[in-house]
Write a protein that binds this ligand. Structure first.
Ligand SMILES: [Cu+2]
Length: 163
């Protein structure tokens, strides 16, 4: 695993761009990995979901939102720093340039989950994109200690180009 300080630094960037080779030049679309949704704290119904998303295509696209039959509402959120205060706010869209990867992780972008009750595992979530397309992603349900799950090779890719 990477040192936690590196991970935190990485997350402060909010978005990290992965340079990389286009594979074959074909428009391979959107790739989503490491999709996890946290169990709600007992007595609560709001929680959070994380994933990493890469635009494998050749044209820019925006992630506009998400929905799932198993929750009332999903919103794209990011963390914002205002002096000493760290809060979060809703964002309308997340830009995905060709070959760009964005990691949704603790402390950065996240998918805010409202009204989750008795989540199955996995939870099917439909992601909505600016070109009108949608993609169903299976989010693995994780316990309260599963917050920081980002696979090591995704982090390596991100770190390679971020520093
Ligand atoms: Cu939030």
């Amino acid at each position: 695993m990477f040192p936690r300080s590196l991970l935190t630094l990485l997350i402060l960037f909010g978005q990290a761009q992965i340079g990389g080779c286009a594979d074959g030049g074909a428009d391979a679309g959107i790739e989503v990995r490491d999709a996890v949704i946290r169990e709600a704290v007992p007595g609560r119904t709001n929680t959070v979901a994380y994933f990493s998303i890469t635009n494998r295509g050749t044209v820019p696209v925006q992630l506009l939102g998400a929905h799932s039959d198993y929750v009332e509402r999903l919103e794209l959120h990011t963390h914002v720093r205002n002096g000493d205060m760290i809060g979060m706010r809703r964002v309308d869209a997340v830009d995905l340039a060709p070959q760009q990867a964005v990691v949704f992780a603790s402390g950065g972008h996240h998918l805010m989950v409202f009204g989750a009750k008795g989540l199955p595992s996995p939870v099917p979530v439909t992601l909505e994109f600016s070109d009108g397309s949608t993609q169903v992603v299976e989010f693995r349900r994780v316990g309260l200690d599963g917050l920081e799950h980002v696979s090591e090779d995704v982090l390596k890719d991100v770190l390679k180009d971020a520093f």
